[in-house]
Design a protein around this ligand. Structure first.
Ligand code: ADP
Length: 322
């Protein structure tokens, strides 16, 4: 649905904001783009909705090169590509109803259509009774719901979320992410989610790409990237909000075991310990859930018994030296 081919973007002399970016996002996917501040995330979003043009390469939506669009074509593109923002972007002097109606008015909808469509959109985001309020009377989460209703007004098939939960507390973030996941499932919306919050990607994205200094350094299924990051840049991003753990000195082999899906519930460690007589210490670990898969990742220290057999059994489960 979205394809970037060797995209470059250079604003001024010096380092390019984006360089050699190749990316494909499939219809119906929730795709995360992560990176530090200045990595080029916002630039990439502005290329996707035609607000910026690449200095080189091509940006295609449904096979159409956005560079070939004239004013009419760009307006049609923006009706197909909804967008929500970190700071919601609501007009403070207008009611919730009028904020949501705005894109319909711009698209030339008549009054009867607007009267019918806005309440539907507000109901869809859980704000059926809020049409007459003003943005200042709403919580952050409610403001973002208005932003989502407004983004859906023109019936887009792509929703771009630019740090859409970064101004919200964790509980509100979860409820907005649940709404975004519903829209993906129920309306088949393709969702591109730009964020510096790794938790957001872990909870809702199918695939993720990592931007670093304007380049895509890694991409893949969220579980694959989170459980086995392939670059130093990704590792740094994933672990920057964790305190540096002091490695526990351990006299014996140390392995990292990763289990996914149904394998999480299999009592493999106690079985291997029992069968080989080897004691197993858990030195580090995390257990959790991606969008549709559970995981556990444990650092194990082995001692005593038939250590060689225990190592072989753990290697057979995919464990690697840690
Ligand atoms: P991010 O969204 O990941 O923080 P941006 O896309 O905003 O990154 O910025 C990428 C790089 O491009 C940064 O070095 C930034 O300073 C530069 N940049 C972004 N927008 C502009 C602009 N309109 N003019 C000049 N430089 C810009």
């Amino acid at each position: 649905m979205i394809r970037l081919e060797n995209v470059h973007k250079q604003y001024a002399a010096g380092r390019a904001a984006l360089a050699e970016v190749d990316l494909e996002i499939a219809r119906g996917e929730v795709f995360g783009i992560i990176g530090r501040s200045g990595a080029g995330k916002s630039t990439l979003v502005r290329l996707l909705n035609g607000l910026e043009r690449p200095s080189g390469g091509r940006v295609l939506v449904d096979g159409t090169d956005l560079a070939t669009l004239d004013g009419t074509g760009l307006r049609a593109l923006r009706r197909r590509v909804g967008m929500i923002f970190q700071n919601f972007g609501l007009l403070s002097a207008r009611t919730v109803f009028d904020n949501v109606a705005l894109p319909l008015r711009i698209a030339g909808a008549d009054a009867a259509t607007i009267r019918a469509r806005v309440p539907e959109l507000l109901a869809r985001v859980g704000l059926a009774d809020y049409g007459a309020r003003y943005p200042a009377q709403l919580s952050g989460g409610q403001k973002q719901r208005v932003g989502i209703a407004r983004a859906l007004a023109t019936g887009p098939d792509i929703l771009l979320c630019d740090e859409a939960t970064s101004a919200l507390d964790p509980e509100t973030t979860r409820s907005i992410l649940a709404l975004i996941a519903d829209l993906n499932r129920e309306l088949g919306l393709t969702i591109v989610l730009i964020t510096h919050e790794m938790e957001v990607v872990r909870q809702v994205c199918d695939r993720v790409a990592v931007l670093h200094a304007g380049r895509l350094v890694e991409r893949g299924a969220v579980a694959d990237i989170f459980l086995a990051p392939g670059t130093a840049e990704t590792r740094a991003l994933l672990h920057e909000d964790e305190a540096e753990a002091t490695p526990i000195p351990f006299d014996g082999p140390v392995l990292r075991l990763t289990l996914r899906g149904d394998a999480v519930a299999a009592p493999v460690i106690s079985r291997i310990a029992r069968e080989t007589g080897t004691d197993v210490a858990i030195l580090d670990g995390r257990v959790g859930q991606f969008k549709d898969e559970r995981f556990s990742q444990l650092t194990l220290g082995l001692s005593g018994g038939d250590t060689r057999a225990a190592l072989a059994a753990l290697h057979g489960l995919g464990a690697v030296a840690a």
